[in-house]
Ligand binder design. Structure first.
Ligand code: COA
Length: 261
């Protein structure tokens, strides 16, 4: 499947279960206009609808057209809206709540709301020439969609303050050292595709449960988080996918096929 909205393109590969959303406003370095925010949500909704018994969406890769991920909120629309948009419509929240993992594939500039979008994703793979930052301070504001919070969570408050207070662009390597990105591979396309396919081949219910569990871990005490995991572990034992995985383990040369049931 291949579709286009005004400012995004969407693809879905039925064979691998990998969906792709590409931010497509290259003339503005894919800056987040109101339209682009809406199109990201609509693109993800469209991908979510691709699920049926045989064809299933398993993972989404979000990237930017023409060599840049996203240069942040569209400054020309700044008077009109808060950087996060209205709470029920934010694409950030939509990505965090999305039922399958979302990978940000980052090339070129990844600034402000662009970095916040990437940090709302489950994984970040970055090109070695990517530049990441939170430049809002130079506009007399702060990253309004959680930039300081995300970096505090991923890399600690000292890193968050350094990046948000200086507004400096940091290299992908530095972001990797800080834990803000997962990987800075030699071949970004190949590594992202391989990783997406690996996640896509895993049992979907277990993957979704892990996504939720990791999110819960940032919101609760360790004890509450472990209690949560204990509770959601049990139903997975009753899934067809658990039986399939156990069978594949027991039998040599048998590749499991997980159905999300
Ligand atoms: N909003 C709207 N338009 C943007 C934009 C943004 N956040 N970032 C870049 N653009 C536009 C530029 O206005 C320019 O448009 P033009 O060709 O019609 O003049 C085009 O994208 C290319 O940007 P330009 O600044 O010419 O490229 P550059 O390579 O010299 O610099 C950046 C790139 C990313 C360093 C620079 O564009 C920049 O600092 N952008 C703003 C980043 C920012 O502050 N984001 C957070 C906003 S809260």
């Amino acid at each position: 499947m291949q579709e286009s909205f005004d400012t995004t393109t969407v693809e879905f590969d039925e064979d691998t279960g990998v969906g792709r959303v590409t931010l497509n406003r290259p003339d503005a370095l894919n800056a987040l206009s109101g339209q682009l925010r809406e199109d990201i949500v609509e693109s993800l909704r469209l991908l979510e609808e691709q699920n049926d018994d045989e064809i299933a969406l398993r993972v989404v890769v979000v990237s930017g057209a023409a060599g840049n991920f996203c240069a942040g909120a569209d400054i020309t629309e700044f008077e009109d809206a808060s950087p996060g948009g209205s709470p029920e419509r934010t694409h950030y929240q939509f990505i965090m709540d999305f039922p399958v993992p979302v990978i940000a594939k980052i090339e070129g500039y990844c600034l402000g709301g662009g970095l916040e979008t990437a940090m709302a994703c489950d994984f970040r793979f970055a090109d070695e020439d990517a530049r990441l930052g939170l430049p809002e301070v130079d506009l007399g504001i702060i990253p309004g969609a959680g930039g300081v919070q995300y970096i505090s969570e991923l890399a600690g408050p000292a890193a968050a303050k350094e990046i948000a207070m200086t507004g400096d662009h940091i290299s992908a390597t530095r972001a990797d050292e800080l834990g803000i990105v997962n990987r800075v591979p030699d071949d970004l396309d190949e590594a992202t595709q391989k990783f997406a396919e690996k996640i896509a081949s895993k049992p979907p219910l277990a993957i979704q449960t892990i996504k939720n569990s990791a999110r819960i871990s940032t919101q609760t005490s360790l004890k509450e988080g472990i209690d949560y995991d204990n509770k959601v572990f049990e139903p997975l034992l009753a899934t067809e996918d658990h039986k399939e995985g156990a069978r594949a383990f027991a039998e040599d040369d048998y590749e499991p096929e997980f159905k999300g049931r």
